[in-house]
Design a protein around this ligand. Structure first.
Ligand SMILES: *[C@@H]1O[C@H](CO)[C@@H](O)[C@H](O)[C@H]1NC(C)=O
Ligand SMILES: *[C@@H]1O[C@H](CO)[C@@H](O)[C@H](O)[C@H]1NC(C)=O
Ligand SMILES: *[C@@H]1O[C@H](CO)[C@@H](O)[C@H](O)[C@H]1NC(C)=O
Ligand SMILES: *[C@@H]1O[C@H](CO)[C@@H](O)[C@H](O)[C@H]1NC(C)=O
Ligand SMILES: *[C@@H]1O[C@H](CO)[C@@H](O)[C@H](O)[C@H]1NC(C)=O
Ligand SMILES: *[C@@H]1O[C@H](CO)[C@@H](O)[C@H](O)[C@H]1NC(C)=O
Ligand SMILES: CC(=O)N[C@H]1CO[C@H](CO)[C@@H](O)[C@@H]1O
Length: 764
């Protein structure tokens, strides 16, 4: 049985469904009759006893076959499915992190490598109808990144020409703790001091490789959707704005954030093993605080790591199982579920209205994660919030055979086009004319949020002039908005009129990606903005209503983003009126959500089962990759003090530790920007076997193994690395040693690799 189906594991691409379809049922019958046929021909020579044995064997086989038929059931819809994962870790030191826009948050090391996870779904009868959904451990998708991915796939040759603008959805998990400086637009480059080619290329290379891997293992399989509620997975960080949505609308929901996780399981047909899952759940990637400087995938990175690790021991999971934890309508959600508190000694919660404290300012207002008392820059809270999503996903996974919904309907469709949001005119469902505006940010943008307050003296909900002269000057330099823009953006008081300036190049997108994907009754909205809870609900409801007009099954609608570009936020008009951070960051004005709904819903005919058309792509957004400004300097040189080599151990581990201790080893180091070691590791733990040999048991993917780099002499380019193993996490007793992999750059000459190895130590 296993042998006969093994050849189907990698169905060749382009093969027709009839040729490739494993004739599961008929094969089970022919196998059975073959067994019986053999039994018959053997009758004359074999004893009755042997015949009984054969019948018994046959019965066992049928039982096995019956089990096989549970997943190879001809009634189930087959698709071509593929999953792939690759390392996108960029320069983890000396580059500002993307997300908090905190100038001081410059990388100093790595807690967990960052990944791109790619999921391909194709129509088995019509394999060119396919899409690829990517989940990157990044703050968002991005136009430069997406162009890089398109270029990279093109370079792989004609086999990859099935992937293009229409069917690539590039989403970010919204982690706030990865290197930045890769954005296509200027505004998010301000705190990173510009663009960094290495940071950009690291993400692009890994994204391309993840798609390539998913493409290479494209095979026949089934899709099932399940869901569960994770009631402690997030809270609403902008309740005051949320409460401005109509009472009767809010009354339809049992929580102020969407607490349902939706999960899509990918099961291969060849042997019924699961090759991956892709889930959607909205919660900000802000468990790691704005003063953390170790790169990680934040809570979704933890969830993915935990589930992929668990699946390594699951008999129903295939090797190389990929777990994508995608972001959803994240806008006003926070993982800091204990609420926002004033760190000013008052013991008070921040004001509901403006997230301010007794001084009237937002600087001391901080959201608290479940383990905030650890005072560890969010590490333990992050693990816990990741664990909650992991547990939710695992519970769906464990019950999906009985309580999940099979995805049915053979067709796989997608559409994508670019829409210029500057004064885009459209009609609301009630017949009123509406318009969006050139991008602009309101005053509360600069206040930040309770996940990390802004550096300047603004408060959320502020409508007057700020006291802070810096922002006044920057705002003025940009351009004072004209009367048309001021009127269009009402009631937003404009701080930064970013959509009307293109010097030195565009500051934020005016042209956004409008995209949707559909497989069977699963409909996926791809949002370039961080939709708030209620925005996502309205958008999904409008899409579901339209989808129901042409689908046989009731539609399952999810929203993924921020994707393809980074178009900041999307609040409802009522939330917009409140002008907290999310409303102030709703770039295109009060009608942004309704415009997104109009643009998606009115193009859903491209998702009809019989549709062969694709929309015209519209005006392409600016590709700034060749005009970027940068003040980021490269590595000049590395050197080590006299008598020390690169990789020398400066501080050895103790001879013995107890589980729970922190092992900390310091090495003479070089700058990790010399070699990103993608698909490899900077840090490792090796365990000694009974024969004395060493085996690597932990690497950079492990949450509890931490790599910290620091410069010790700027002029001479000297540096040190600490490799820290938090054995309270997942360590087992044994004999271990620490390894450090580095690469040094001489002033003249080429970069060379080195290794450091610590003394061994005993953990018990
Ligand atoms: C990091 O930020 C948190 C939250 O504001 C604060 O409590 C903590 O003291 C900061 N830690 C360091 C090391 O700056
Ligand atoms: C939208 O309508 C307004 C008012 O009629 C007009 O000024 C504007 O040019 C229109 N926008 C576009 C993109 O055509
Ligand atoms: C979107 O706006 C256009 C232009 O006004 C209108 O014709 C169309 O009916 C609207 N579509 C939807 C789905 O509301
Ligand atoms: C919130 O900010 C607004 C505008 O600055 C102000 O009028 C209001 O009093 C503030 N509310 C609280 C509770 O601080
Ligand atoms: C596709 O199907 C829809 C609904 O069944 C029908 O209205 C439409 O004309 C069809 N389009 C094409 C191109 O066949
Ligand atoms: C590890 O050791 C280095 C060098 O002694 C020290 O600076 C650092 O704080 C230590 N880290 C931890 C987590 O103890
Ligand atoms: C479900 C949810 O999001 N609830 C929270 C909304 O926000 C308030 C104040 O921040 C919290 O107290 C709720 O628990």
């Amino acid at each position: 049985m296993a042998d006969s189906s093994a050849g189907l594991e990698k169905a060749p691409l382009g093969i027709s469904a009839e040729e490739a379809k494993p004739p599961a049922r008929s094969r089970s019958f022919s196998m059975a009759s073959l067994t019986l046929g053999r039994a018959r021909s053997a009758l004359s020579v074999l004893s009755v006893f042997t015949l009984l044995s054969v019948l018994l064997f046959s019965a066992i086989s049928s039982a096995k076959l019956h089990k096989f038929n549970k997943f190879a059931n001809a009634d189930r819809q087959q698709y071509l499915i593929g999953v792939g994962k690759a390392d996108i870790t960029g320069p983890v030191v000396e580059i500002n992190f993307a997300g908090y826009a905190n100038l001081d948050q410059t990388g100093s090391g790595l807690r967990q490598r960052l990944y791109s996870r790619a999921f391909i779904i194709a129509d088995a009868n019509n394999p060119n109808d396919r899409f690829v959904y990517l989940v990157l451990d990044t703050q968002s998708g991005d136009t430069a990144m997406r162009n890089g991915l398109l270029d990279g796939l093109k370079a792989l040759g004609s086999e990859y020409s099935v992937y293009g603008q229409n069917n690539i959805a590039l989403t970010g998990t919204h982690s706030h703790s990865g290197p930045g400086a890769w954005f296509n637009y200027l505004l998010p480059q301000i705190t990173s001091l510009g663009w960094d080619k290495q940071s950009y290329q690291a993400i692009v290379n890994g994204a391309v490789l993840s798609v390539q891997r998913a493409h290479e293992n494209l095979q026949e399989g089934y899709l099932d959707v399940g869901s569960t509620d994770i009631s402690d997975g997030a809270i609403n960080r902008s309740l005051w704005a949320y409460l401005n949505n109509p009472d009767e609308e809010r009354a339809q929901y049992n929580a102020e954030t969407d607490i349902t996780m939706t999960l899509l399981r990918f099961q291969r047909a060849s042997d019924g093993k699961n090759i991956g899952v892709l889930s959607w759940f909205p919660v900000h990637g802000t468990s790691m605080l704005g003063n953390n400087t170790h790169a990680s995938g934040d809570n979704k990175g933890v969830a993915a790591w935990l589930l992929e690790s668990a699946m390594a021991d699951d008999p129903n999971a295939a090797e190389g199982f990929v777990a994508g934890f995608s972001q959803a309508n994240v806008g006003d959600t926070t993982p800091n579920v204990l609420g926002a508190w004033c760190d000013d000694g008052s013991g008070q919660q921040c004001s509901l209205e403006n997230s301010t404290c007794a001084d009237g300012k937002s600087q001391s207002c901080h959201g608290r994660g479940p383990e905030f008392q650890a005072l560890d820059l969010g590490v333990k809270s992050c693990h816990e919030m990741g664990r909650r999503q992991f547990a939710g996903a695992q519970s769906i996974y464990n019950s999906i055979d009985s309580s999940g919904t099979p995805v049915t309907g053979s067709s796989v469709k997608s559409f994508h086009f670019f829409q210029d949001m500057r004064y885009f005119n459209f009609t609301l469902p009630d017949g009123t004319k509406a318009q969006t505006c050139p991008a602009a940010l309101g005053y509360s943008f600069a206040a930040g949020t309770s996940d990390w307050p802004g550096a300047f003296d603004f408060t959320q909900g502020e409508s007057g002039n700020p006291d802070n002269p810096f922002w006044g000057v920057v705002g003025g330099l940009l351009k004072a908005p004209g009367p048309q823009q001021v009127a269009c953006q009402q009631p937003k008081p404009i701080l930064l009129d970013v959509g009307e300036v293109s010097t030195p190049y565009a500051w934020t997108p005016n042209i956004v990606d409008v995209q949707m994907l559909r497989v069977g009754q699963l409909v996926i909205i791809i949002s370039p903005s961080e939709a708030t809870t209620m925005s996502g609900r309205r958008w999904k409801a409008a899409v579901a209503k339209e989808a129901a007009t042409f689908l046989d099954e009731s539609p399952i609608v999810v929203l993924g983003g921020p994707a393809n570009s980074y178009a900041h936020y999307c609040a409802t008009p009522e939330e917009y009126d409140i002008q907290r951070y999310e409303g102030a960051s709703t770039l295109y004005g009060r009608n942004e959500l309704n415009a997104y709904i109009n643009l998606t819903v009115s193009n859903m005919h491209y998702l009809l089962p019989n549709s062969t058309a694709t929309p015209s792509q519209g005006t392409l957004p600016p590709d700034n990759r060749n005009s970027m400004i940068s003040f980021i300097t490269g590595v000049v040189q590395d050197s080590s003090p006299l008598g020390k080599n690169f990789g020398s151990v400066l501080v050895q581990p103790h001879p013995t530790y107890s589980i729970g201790d922190i092992v900390n080893v310091t090495f003479q180091a070089a700058n990790p920007r010399n070699n990103l070691r993608q698909e490899q590791t900077f840090a490792a733990i090796e365990q000694q076997g009974s024969d004395g040999s060493w085996t690597q048991v932990r690497d950079d993917s492990d949450w509890f193994l931490v790599y910290t780099w620091r410069r010790t002499n700027f002029i001479l380019g000297q540096s040190e690395v600490d490799i820290t193993w938090e054995t309270y996490g997942n360590a087992q007793p044994g004999t271990y040693r620490v390894k450090y992999y580095g690469d040094s750059k001489p002033l003249i000459g080429s970069i060379s690799s080195f290794t450091g190895t610590s003394n061994s130590f005993r953990l018990s």
